[in-house]
Write a protein that binds this ligand. Structure first.
Ligand code: MG
Ligand code: ZN
Length: 166
């Protein structure tokens, strides 16, 4: 059943629609088309799904960590309702000019995941993102990477992976 090991997902532009500004509440968190269905299917063929997301809005004090947790809890609850499972969410709260090691294109969040889950098999794992910085972070850790956009979405990739037309 679990043909693949770990799936790293970026959040904005992959799971939910990217906005001009930041997602500051769950009302402005809009799932991408068929993302819930895709995550449900992916939960069955990957051992674990981890989210790795830059959330500079925390550093900018536009959003508190508590409010971000609220948004993520509501997101997880919708995903679970559709029988999807996200094992853990990693986010970088820092500003660009803080030069941290976790903000993508740096790979600190992926390294932290490998520390938390030492059983991760990188050769059988993927990272899906909509930005060059996602792809750069994934490639630097030797993950297979896939860039998505509004036309070729997470759902499109999932269909090609599972060969199920629906
Ligand atoms: Mg993104
Ligand atoms: Zn950071």
């Amino acid at each position: 059943m679990h043909r693949f090991d770990t799936l790293f997902l970026d959040r904005d532009g992959v799971i939910n629609k990217k906005l001009d500004g930041y997602v500051c509440d769950f009302e402005s968190f809009k799932f991408m088309p068929d993302a819930l269905m895709a995550i449900s299917k992916l939960s069955k063929i990957f051992k674990r799904i981890l989210i790795v997301t830059n959330q500079q809005c925390i550093g900018k004090k536009i959003l508190t960590p508590g409010k971000l947790s609220d948004i993520h809890n509501q997101m997880l609850s919708e995903i679970n309702k559709h029988s999807g499972v996200i094992t853990k969410i990693y986010y970088c709260p820092h500003l660009i000019n803080e030069s941290c090691n976790c903000r993508k294109p740096k790979n600190g969040m992926i390294q932290q995941a490998l520390f938390d889950f030492p059983e991760i098999n990188v050769e059988n794992s993927y990272l899906i993102g909509d930005s060059d910085s996602d792809i750069e972070a994934g490639n630097s850790m030797n993950l297979s990477t896939v860039k998505v956009d509004n036309k070729y979405t997470l759902a499109s990739w999932t269909r090609s992976l599972t060969n199920i037309n629906c």
